[in-house]
Design a protein around this ligand. Structure first.
Ligand code: ADP
Ligand code: ADP
Ligand code: ADP
Length: 217
């Protein structure tokens, strides 16, 4: 299974990625998680990326494409992969195509902006795994504690309302064109085109999961 989860920040991509990667035994390739790990390790890339991420902008295509290509060389990608938060621009999508990195599905999660603001303000994450929770909609078993490791949850620096609004604008401008890109490609006669599906991302975590699985099965 090789797929992209497409959708705005806060659409629930990371939450649903957990279910899909478990079901199909594939890795989750989250460029956001990879960048946050680099920030934490204070690598040169991390130091460079931190400013951009805190401002809600996008890290350069060349850097992201390099990261993803390296990641795909790892053994665990042989049975497939799930891209979460990548590609985010047309050049990133073109890079996948040019490298003949094949895809079975592109699933767009559609969530209105007002829901997103509410989701982001209550989001809490476990940095080491990327697991995310919501204080109201998807609470951990113990407040502020990761269910699996018992480690503390944190609020992301870029989940402040002002930064979220900027990220949503960046999504509309730079990432949303990928919806036409992939739906157009799916409608062409190209046998290599991934199937494109849109699902409504509002509802319980379980409902959304069922919608996605109905497509992938
Ligand atoms: P969210 O899960 O809220 O959509 P991500 O964790 O995917 O956010 O991304 C956090 C930040 O990391 C982005 O705002 C951006 O600065 C950077 N980033 C992540 N993935 C990419 C990418 N594919 N291209 C450029 N920047 C990226
Ligand atoms: P993304 O990876 O697309 O940025 P996340 O999976 O991190 O999104 O989800 C964003 C926030 O919304 C998190 O706090 C998460 O717990 C919460 N969330 C995820 N799915 C739902 C849902 N179906 N309904 C309400 N809140 C949700
Ligand atoms: P047709 O419907 O006649 O195939 P298109 O212009 O949709 O015409 O596609 C022509 C070719 O261009 C496709 O066979 C495919 O290889 C490529 N192509 C089209 N759209 C995309 C896209 N969004 N991304 C990558 N390749 C594409």
């Amino acid at each position: 299974m090789r797929l992209i989860l497409l959708g705005p920040p806060g659409a629930g991509k990371g939450t649903q990625a957990t279910f899909i990667t478990q079901e199909f035994g594939i890795p989750q390739i989250s460029t956001g998680d990879m960048l946050r790990a680099a920030v934490k390790a204070q690598t040169p890339l991390g130091l460079e990326a931190k400013k951009i991420m805190d401002a809600g902008g996008l890290v350069s295509d060349d850097i992201i494409i390099g990261l993803v290509k390296d990641r795909l060389q790892e053994d665990d990608c042989r049975n497939g992969y799930l891209f979460d938060g990548f590609p985010r621009t047309i050049p990133q999508a073109d890079a996948l195509k040019e490298a003949n990195i094949s895809l079975d599905f592109v699933v767009e999660m559609v969530v209105p902006e007002e829901n997103i603001i509410e989701r982001m303000s209550g989001r809490r994450v476990h940095p080491a795994s990327g697991r995310s929770y919501h204080v109201k909609f998807n609470p951990p078993k113990t407040p502020d504690t990761d269910d699996v490791t018992g480690e503390p949850l944190v609020q992301r620096d870029d989940d402040k309302e002002e930064t979220v609004r900027h990220r949503l604008a960046v999504y509309q401008e730079q990432t949303r064109p990928l919806v036409d890109y992939y739906s157009g490609w799916a409608q062409s006669n190209d046998a290599a085109a991934p199937r494109f599906h849109q699902i409504q991302g509002v509802g319980s975590v379980e409902e959304i999961r069922n919608r996605i699985f109905a497509i992938l099965k």
